[in-house]
Every structure is written in structure tokens, then in C-alpha cells.
Design a binder for this molecule. Structure first.
Ligand SMILES: Nc1ncnc2c1ncn2[C@@H]1O[C@H](COP(=O)(O)OP(=O)(O)OP(=O)(O)O)[C@@H](O)[C@H]1O
Ligand SMILES: [Mg+2]
Length: 363
């Protein structure tokens, strides 16, 4: 077994692949052929509608993001598109194959990385890859070469003979990404590939996806609840909430669709009760949210002018400004605009639940 010469294998190496630590986004080409087409798709569990009349298409070579909070219906959408569960009504086509009528043809086109980690901890990295290659009938001659190439792309070559249980979460995710590509799929579905990973490992996964996209012709559909991930990776994003598609466009266009171009976050010391209305009265301000403890989140069409007005108003009223930051609008603001809620609040609610410890995994 190798001991892993790279002291911190989670850290992307500076000399490798794309230098920006992320994926070069493809430009959305509306004239390209559709790799995935979803039309008025619905999934019901009894009376409960998990996916409610969703339609979108993903062009060949695109990276499409399904962005939404826990329970939005992202995994259910992926399961329907990848033939794992039946569709209640509506249609999904993969490379032209209707998943309900020609599931086998659709399956041959796809690779799927499910949300839960599924590699076998007791096998080595190579054994995990090999099982999949055999499962997908990759000819014996090609197996070794394909596995070698893929492990190189995800930077796990040195771990080829290591037991999978010795890998960190991020490395295991990368193994699963490599494994999902062993049969050369054209369309790759990844369900929350970076949830639960630390920020460095997340960037490493993005970089791996970049490496893969440079070497293989792939269409990617990714689900995430990380705004920055969707913004960075995807050429188009569908925001889903309570099973419904609430917005669909390129990240830039989504941000431009929100009134206001800057977000000011300012904290004041003991502001008067009518402070929110006062902030709202400025010409360029389109929304004000009081986040508690004197903290306000203000959307404005003119960040610098509103900042000046805010500070002047604070001075006139003898209110101290404790902190102030001005940023461009983010997908977070887009989510608030279309759903009326903060995505981070939704996630916090669900993360209040603590996973019970799994027996046998403790030292
Ligand atoms: N087999 C099932 N039976 C009943 N309800 C289900 C089933 N699978 C999913 N659901 C419900 O459908 C909704 C959508 O679930 P889904 O797993 O698709 O959400 P998600 O967007 O992937 O969320 P997460 O970010 O937590 O993975 C949830 O309310 C979930 O409880
Ligand atoms: Mg899910």
C-alpha cells in the first residue's frame, strides 16, 4: 500500500491543469444540440408533489446547475433523468432517448455520481474502479488504460493501490468521479459532489472537473446548494424550490434580473426604530432587510451613492457605523428575490439535525 507522497493530497497543485483553481466555464450555445431535455416533468409520492412541472434543456458540452435548498427536489429530478425512478408525468430525453421508453439506450449515455458516497471502503482505489469497468463491460484491454488515465485526471494515481478507507472525503469523492467516467459516458450527472467537503477539497473537486472537461467531451449536470459553486462552474442555472423551477438563466443574467446591482451590508449601533424605512427612502435602494443586531442588508442600484448617503445619515443621527461592506449582487440575492427566503437560512434549519455517529467508524 502506498503511503501517499503528497503531504496534503487535498491541496490542488499549482502546476497542474487550470491555474484558477476552477473550471473554465463553457459559453452557453443555444444552437448546440440538446443533450438533456426535460418537459413538464412531475414526480408525486402519494399526495405529495416532489417535482412540480419542471422543464429545461441542457445543450451538448454545457454545464448545467440545479441549485436549491434541501428537499427542493434536486435528487428526485436526477433520479428521474437517470432512469432510477419512474416519472409520474412529463418527459425526459437523454441524447434523444426517452428515459421511460428507451431506458437502456439512455443509460448507455450517462454516468451518475449519487449524493451518498458509494465506493467500497474495503477495496482499493483500483478495485473500486475495476468493478465499475467490468459492470459496464469495458473491454479488459481498455480497462487498465482508462483507469490509469482517470486516476491521473483526479490526481489519485499515487493512491491506486491504497485501501479506499484511508482516503479523505474529498479524495473519495474524486475517486467516485473517476469511477463514474470509466465507461466513457457522454452525459455526467453529479448530485451535490462537494457537500460536506472543506473549502480546499471543494476547490480540488472543481479543478478535477475542469481537468476532465478538458480531456473528454462531456455534458455535465450538477446539483448543489452552494451559490458560489453554481456561479463558478455552471453556464446555466435552474433555481428549484419546493419542487418548482423558479428561475433559469446564465448566472450573470440571473444576477442582472435582480433589481439593484450592489449589496451593502452595514451594522449600526442602536439605530432608531424607523431606520429601515429611512434606508428604504434612498433613491437607488430596492430592498432592505433587517438581519437583527443593527445589521441591514441593502440592495441598491448605486453602491457608492447609497453608501455615502447611509454614512451621512448615520452622522446626522449620531448613530455609529460598526461595519460596512459593499459587494456586487450574488446568487444569494437572486435566491431571495425569487423565493422570498435566504438559502443559507434554509440550510441552517436542516443542518440543525445532527447525523448520529455510525458504529464502527470511530477509532
Ligand atoms: N421515496 C420518497 N418518498 C416520499 N417522499 C420523498 C421520497 N424521496 C424524496 N421525497 C421527498 O421529496 C422532496 C424532494 O427530495 P429530494 O431528495 O429530491 O430533495 P433534494 O433537493 O435532493 O434535497 P437535498 O439537498 O437534501 O439532497 C423532499 O421533501 C423529500 O422528503
Ligand atoms: Mg438531494
Amino acid at each position: 500500500m502506498t503511503t501517499g507522497p503528497n503531504p496534503n493530497p487535498e491541496t490542488p497543485r499549482a502546476n497542474r491543469g487550470s491555474h484558477n483553481g476552477g473550471l473554465e466555464k463553457p459559453t452557453y450555445d443555444p444552437t448546440a444540440a440538446a443533450a438533456i431535455e426535460v418537459e413538464h416533468i412531475v414526480k408525486k409520492y402519494g399526495d405529495f408533489t416532489a417535482v412540480d412541472d419542471v422543464s429545461f434543456s441542457v445543450t451538448e458540452g454545457g454545464i448545467f446547475g440545479l441549485l436549491g435548498p434541501n428537499g427542493a427536489g434536486k435528487s428526485t429530478l436526477i433520479r428521474m433523468m437517470t432512469t432510477l425512478i419512474p416519472i409520474t408525468s412529463g418527459k425526459a430525453r437523454i441524447a434523444g432517448h426517452d428515459v421511460s421508453k428507451e431506458p437502456n439506450a439512455a443509460r448507455r449515455m450517462i454516468g451518475v455520481i449519487p449524493q451518498a458516497l458509494t465506493s467500497d471502503l474495503d477495496l482499493t482505489v483500483e478495485e473500486n474502479m475495476n468493478i465499475y469497468a467490468k459492470l459496464y463491460d469495458v473491454p479488459a484491454k481498455e480497462r487498465q488504460k482508462s483507469i490509469g488515465e482517470l486516476l491521473e485526471l483526479v490526481d489519485l494515481t499515487k493512491w491506486r493501490n491504497a485501501a479506499t478507507k484511508t482516503l479523505s472525503g474529498g479524495m473519495r469523492r474524486r475517486l467516485e468521479i473517476a469511477r463514474g467516467l470509466v465507461h466513457h459516458p457522454r452525459i455526467f450527472f453529479l448530485d451535490e459532489p462537494t457537500t460536506g467537503l472543506d473549502p480546499v477539497s471543494r476547490v480540488a473537486v472543481w479543478e478535477m472537473l475542469g481537468n476532465i472537461k478538458e480531456h473528454r467531451k462531456l455534458t455535465i449536470l450538477i446539483t448543489t446548494h452552494y451559490m458560489d459553486e453554481a456561479d463558478r462552474l455552471c453556464d446555466r442555472i435552474a433555481i428549484v424550490d419546493h419542487g418548482k423551477l423558479v428561475a433559469l438563466d446564465a448566472p450573470m443574467a440571473l444576477k442582472a434580473s435582480v433589481p439593484g446591482s450592489n449589496v451593502i451590508e452595514a451594522q449600526f449601533e442602536n439605530p432608531p426604530a424607523d431606520w429601515e424605512q429611512k434606508l428604504h427612502s434612498f433613491d437607488d435602494v430596492t430592498s432592505v432587510q433587517h438581519e437583527g443586531a443593527g445589521m441591514y442588508r441593502v440592495l441598491t442600484g448605486n453602491g457608492s451613492r447609497t453608501t455615502t448617503q447611509m454614512v451621512e445619515m448615520a452622522v446626522q443621527n449620531g448613530v455609529a457605523v460598526k461595519s460596512l461592506s459593499v459587494q456586487n449582487t450574488t446568487l444569494d440575492d437572486v435566491f431571495v428575490h425569487y423565493t422570498g427566503r435566504q438559502l443559507r437560512d434554509e440550510l441552517q434549519k436542516s443542518y440543525a439535525f445532527v447525523m448520529p455517529q455510525r458504529p464502527g467508524l470511530q477509532p
